[in-house]
Design a protein around this ligand. Structure first.
Ligand code: SF4
Length: 352
């Protein structure tokens, strides 16, 4: 599938370029108390290893803003400060070295406060993410459209875009998320026709691992397939590392970006001769440090497994106490069942 990206302007979030022809950027958000520097840094470092390219942290008070420089010293990816309501926190985050801030101008306050934030962002060459979501649409628009419809969200975003332009500021990107897929799709499709600002896409508060993954795969996946989106966050009620894994699976499924092993495993059936679910989970965990794009098959029986997983670079299949290691559908050797996982991991590690 060939995807034609909708043209957008390039902005810089720290050293990462977002928009234009630049690769789609994967983001997440910490769930630690930002002022707890050790825990926040440790989570960000784990996220970096998982492939996170930009991190957002909550800045609900001054203590969190003041922690930013100490956090930044110990991480390697740009940091976005997430601000709600208090423009002074946005200014403090900028002055403490945040690479960008995420605000919703609608809840930052009056024009004078927004102007101060934009001025500091300009002085610090810092980008702003204007984050509109269905819960933050202004009351007059809710009245006009009868609720937080996609049109209401788009009109709210356009107001903010105009406001930024009136302040002669264009170093911003837009997000316009709802928690249901259809409204998110409609809103992004509409806004992408009306701005060339880079778009940060996602389905907000998507939910638990399964439901959130499905909603995100559909919402983010459909937008990406239509060429919409320059950076993304999968939003799950889970450890943020899972958000990164799901994000890369979406990008891989669309052939946009491939990172780390792709596990191909059979659904199991009456012929399955090994504890496949446990084996797959264990292999997946043990391969998390591998960044090379490699297809790994884990199949339930030696009779059909290698043939069914012919496309895999390497794989194992189990059967009655013994299993096999195979490469590109051809058997390499027989292995006692208890060594299947170790031998597969060794073979992958020596290959990468
Ligand atoms: Fe069944 Fe074997 Fe196919 Fe797995 S690989 S679904 S065990 S036939």
């Amino acid at each position: 599938m060939i995807i034609n990206r909708k043209p957008t302007k390039t902005i810089h979030i720290g050293h990462v370029k977002v928009g234009g022809d630049n690769p789609i950027v994967v983001q997440s958000m910490t769930n630690t108390k930002t002022q707890n520097i050790a825990e926040t840094v440790s989570q960000i470092q784990r996220l970096e290893s998982a492939g996170c390219e930009i991190i957002r942290v909550a800045v609900p008070h001054m203590e969190a803003a003041i922690a930013i420089p100490k956090i930044k010293e110990q991480i390697h990816i740009p940091l976005i400060a997430d601000i709600h309501f208090d423009y002074k926190l946005a200014i403090a985050a900028a002055e403490h070295g945040a690479d960008a801030i995420r605000i919703n101008p609608g809840n930052i306050g009056d024009m004078a406060s927004i102007q101060k934030v934009v001025q500091v962002a300009s002085q610090n060459k810092m980008a702003i993410r204007i984050g509109v979501n269905s819960g933050s649409v202004e009351s007059d628009l809710l009245k006009k459209y009868g609720g937080p419809t996609s049109q209401a969200m788009v009109e709210s975003a356009l107001r903010h875009i105009q406001l930024m332009h009136s302040l002669d500021f264009d170093n911003f990107k837009i997000s316009i998320k709802a928690s249901d897929v259809q409204r998110t799709l409609d809103a992004y499709r509409l806004i992408s026709e009306q701005t060339n600002a880079p778009l940060h896409i996602g389905v907000t508060e998507a939910g638990t691992l399964i439901s959130g993954t499905v909603k995100s795969a559909l919402g983010i996946g459909m937008l990406l397939a239509e060429g919409i989106g320059d950076t993304l966050r999968v939003s799950l009620t889970r450890d943020p590392e899972d958000e990164i894994r799901v994000a890369y699976e979406i990008l891989r499924a669309l052939n946009i970006k491939r990172r780390g092993p792709e596990i191909i495993s059979c659904p199991t059936c009456g012929r399955t001769a090994i504890p496949l679910f446990e084996i797959v989970e264990s292999v997946e965990k043990r391969l998390q440090h591998i960044t090379k794009d490699i297809k790994v098959a884990i199949m339930g029986c030696v009779v059909n497994g290698p043939g069914e997983a012919r496309e895999a670079d390497i794989g194992i299949a189990g059967g009655d106490g013994t299993g096999i290691l195979f490469k590109k559908g051809k058997v390499v050797k027989k292995i006692p069942e208890e060594h299947l996982i170790d031998i597969l991991i060794e073979a992958i590690e020596s290959d990468t």
